[in-house]
Design a protein around this ligand. Structure first.
Ligand code: ATP
Length: 355
């Protein structure tokens, strides 16, 4: 089922939680709603579910206005950050719950419920836990059971609000891969709320990046990462070095260094900032006359395949972060305190007189 929201607006008193948000969630895709805490992700999810009413705007399910439809009629399944399993029921009974509480006319027979729950337990690969109670499960197992329970009623939409947020980093990583595989099998239209950019980039078909109640950018993870539409998106999706300066006819001048800004060929003497990711900086030993930004190597963390370098600019004392391969780092034998030179291989310039 496709989902579309149109001009959704939500105020809490004077505070604008959602500012006329319009966007589409394609059928069968997994969309990550990504953004900092308080940007309106959960509010949007709750409005789609019918748990919260917008001040104005519409929610369309498969093109039909669902604004007046009760939460039960929207056929959505939920999984929240904090496990909402019933402690006094076994895993089996928890999954069966949504089927058992149906009105008698649509309630499946005991035999069908048993078959369904067994299948779901196999799907989430926890069939051996059917008779346990939630307190006897690990956090990761509980979230998989919560997902099985949400899937039991065959929702047409699956809404996941930071489902792995309370778990430790390793389990979280495992579960997001597992969720991706599960989604590839089931293709239920899913919306996944997270504030973790790595999680969104790894799991989603589509990313919706939100900030202060507005949508900043929508796109496939690769597109959003490689072509951030705004300084906010660039900064939110990973570490970044900023080089402030002035842009004039396609060149950003920053402390005597010229950065190419071909997208701004028409710009006349305007403030601008070059955004460069740490792994998009080339680092070499300094030689007289070499072009680039002269820096001192302050610290190097060379663990695993990558070496992370903390560099201090000679001209203004600002710190720069560069990431190079550990192989290159050990070949060049850079020493802390040594003078090096850095040049951006890839950068994006944003121009704004308000910067
Ligand atoms: P987080 O990642 O922290 O959960 P979020 O992006 O999901 O954040 P929301 O939960 O949608 O953010 O909240 C958006 C803003 O609206 C927040 O500033 C929050 O304090 C406010 N808000 C949410 N619900 C209410 C409410 N019922 N009454 C008043 N303010 C609310």
């Amino acid at each position: 089922m496709s989902i579309e929201v149109k001009n959704i607006h939500k105020q809490f008193g004077n505070f604008t939680a959602l500012n006329n948000v319009s966007l589409e969630f394609p059928a069968g895709e997994l969309t990550a709603l990504l953004g900092p805490s308080g940007c309106g992700k959960t509010t949007l999810l709750r409005i789609i579910a019918g748990l919260e009413q917008p001040d104005h705007g519409q929610v369309l399910l498969d093109g039909e206005d669902a604004s007046a439809r009760h939460v039960r009629e929207r056929q959505v399944g939920f999984v929240f950050q904090h496990y909402a399993l019933f402690k006094h029921m076994t895993v089996f009974e928890n999954i069966a719950f949504g089927l058992r509480v149906r009105p008698s006319a649509t309630r499946p027979s005991e035999q069908v419920i048993k078959e369904k729950v067994t299948k779901l337990l196999e799907l989430v690969q926890l069939d051996w836990l059917a008779d346990r109670y939630p307190p006897q499960l690990s956090g990761g197992q509980r979230q998989r059971i919560a997902l099985a329970r949400a899937l039991a009623v065959e929702p047409r939409v699956l809404l996941l609000d930071e489902p792995f947020g309370a778990l430790d980093a390793k389990v979280r990583k495992e579960l997001r891969r597992w969720l991706r595989r599960l989604h590839d099998d089931l293709h239920v239209t899913s919306i996944f709320v997270t504030h973790d950019q790595e999680e969104a980039l790894e799991v989603a078909d589509q990313i919706v990046l939100m900030n202060k109640g507005n949508v900043e950018q929508i796109g496939a993870p690769k597109d959003v990462y490689n072509n951030p539409a705004s300084p906010f998106v660039f900064g939110f999706l990973g570490n970044v070095n900023l080089f402030h300066g002035r842009v004039h006819e396609g060149i950003l001048q920053s402390s005597g260094i010229a950065f190419d800004a071909p997208d701004h060929a028409e710009t006349q003497d305007t403030k601008g900032i070059a955004y460069v990711r740490p792994h998009d900086l080339e680092v070499d030993r300094y030689t007289t006359g070499a072009e680039g930004i002269v820096v001192q190597l302050r610290r190097a963390h060379a663990i695993g395949p990558l070496a992370q370098l903390e560099l201090e600019r000679d001209d203004n004392g600002e710190l720069i972060e560069a990431v190079i391969s550990n192989e290159r780092f050990s070949q060049l034998k850079f020493k802390e305190g040594e003078t090096l030179i850095v040049r951006p291989k890839r950068l994006q310039v944003f121009v704004d007189d308000s910067i």
